[in-house]
Design a protein around this ligand. Structure first.
Ligand code: NAD
Ligand code: DAU
Length: 365
């Protein structure tokens, strides 16, 4: 097979390229715009591999996409704006890439008669799940601009299956963590800030629940769905590791030998989803199994960041990163109780801020 991996220079995409080249004899072509989250260093080890090639380009650019899809058998679409906080600050790019970009890919795939089109979606399309777990036929009730744009792409993919018979597949993965994750998501922010002795910003009271999935397991699930999934279907990919954010942060601090007094409670994310939880039975029935426990994968991730500061320090020193970090966190700090500290304004531990959410969360609409 010749597989087009869009967004292959990002966190999950680059781990997927690693898995594909190691596990199969297929050719992999990466198409990536190299936004702030795309990093050529994530793919450097494959540069000499004759089964790997890279195209710099935007999935929302029909011309580039048509060229990239020439001779391709299967598409796996990771390309996306992926961070909820950024979508709250500035949603525009999310609509362009996560909706319009998916449409451009689908149109090209339909013209080229692609054999498999796997769209990497997210468990966030279901919205928050205060109790129980949702299966694939649950309604989509996204609540952030990121989740809504991902839901738009997800539904377009299904429409192309129904309307044009495009052989599509959708994966809806849960919160993923591991090596090469850009330091804007919870786990890498906590590890890298704590490593430098700075305080770690926990939104609200840290009681939101996420279901953590090791990146190697997420990639093996996508590989399994690509090869064994039934076209037209969506598959949940849960980690089976539901923890409150505060638990995760405390585990990281313990693993690093840093004091829990580094925790700084900052004002909450607007519209913060209290919990996600997907039922992955359908994927288990397809024959997929996880290979990693949370504790083992978290320890390995912490070790990776400790040993690879040459990978993340340049990212954190970048001017745009610092501007984003200040915009996202310092604004919170200024509203919160307590004095602003040094650096990014988060060095002093603060008391929990009251959670504005009514008990049990709020249902939609
Ligand atoms: P990421 O932000 O690390 O990487 C995204 C990649 O897409 C980057 O390489 C970026 O350069 C590229 N990209 C962005 N816009 C593009 C465009 N217009 N054209 C071409 N390339 C573009 O994201 P990630 O965490 O690796 O997530 C990958 C996919 O998995 C996303 O679709 C995301 O919605 C989904 N997902 C992520 C998680 C998670 O916890 N990280 C969980 C479930 C699903
Ligand atoms: O559920 C899958 C989704 O998981 C993916 O689709 C998204 O691409 C991915 O970014 C992730 O979304 P979240 O918003 O859940 O992930 P994030 O790492 O940003 O936050 C995880 C939790 O930690 C969330 O409840 C917010 C909280 N948090 C996050 C950051 C960055 C903090 O308390 N402090 C922080 O600094």
């Amino acid at each position: 097979m010749r597989i087009l991996v869009t967004g292959g220079a990002g966190f999950i995409g680059s781990n997927f390229v690693r898995l594909e080249l190691a596990r199969h004899d297929d050719e992999v072509v990466v198409l990536d715009k190299l936004t702030y989250a795309g990093n050529p260093a994530n793919l450097r080890e494959f540069e000499q591999n004759p089964r790997y090639s890279f195209i710099l380009g935007d999935i929302a650019d029909a011309e580039v996409v048509a060229t990239a899809m020439d001779g391709i058998d299967a598409v796996v679409n990771f390309a996306a704006e992926s961070h909820v906080d950024r979508s709250i600050i500035d949603p525009g790019a999310f609509i362009t890439t996560d909706v319009q970009g998916v449409y451009i890919l689908l149109e090209a795939a339909r013209r080229q008669q692609i054999e498999r089109f796997l769209h990497v979606s997210t468990d966030e399309v279901y919205g928050e799940v205060p109790n129980g777990s949702v299966s694939e036929d649950a309604p989509l009730r996204p609540r952030s601009p990121y989740a809504a744009s991902k839901a738009g792409g997800d539904l377009l993919v299904y429409a192309y299956f129904v309307t044009y018979g495009l052989p599509t597949l959708v994966s809806r993965g849960s919160n993923t963590f591991g090596p090469y994750q850009y330091p804007e998501k919870l786990i890498p922010v906590m590890i890298t800030e704590a490593l430098d002795g700075r305080s770690v910003p926990v939104y609200g009271r840290g009681q939101q629940v996420r279901d953590w999935l090791a990146v190697e397991d997420h990639c093996s699930a996508i590989d399994h769905i690509l090869r064994h999934g039934a076209v037209g279907e969506a598959y949940n990919v849960g980690g089976g590791n539901e923890y409150q954010n505060l638990d995760v942060v405390e585990r990281i601090l313990d693993a690093l030998g840093r004091p829990r007094s580094l925790i700084s409670y900052v004002p909450d994310r607007p519209g913060h989803d209290i919990r996600y939880s997907v039922d992955s039975t359908k994927l288990f029935q397809l024959g997929w199994m996880r290979a990693h426990t949370f504790d083992e994968a978290l320890d390995a991730t912490v070790r990776w960041y400790v040993e690879n500061d040459g990978w993340w320090r340049p990212l954190k020193e970048d001017r745009d990163y610092r501007a984003y970090f200040q915009r996202n966190y310092e604004a919170r700090g200024e509203q919160g109780p307590g004095a602003r500290g040094q650096g990014l304004g988060l060095t002093k531990p603060r008391l929990p801020t009251p959670d504005p959410r009514p008990p049990g969360g709020r249902s939609w609409p």
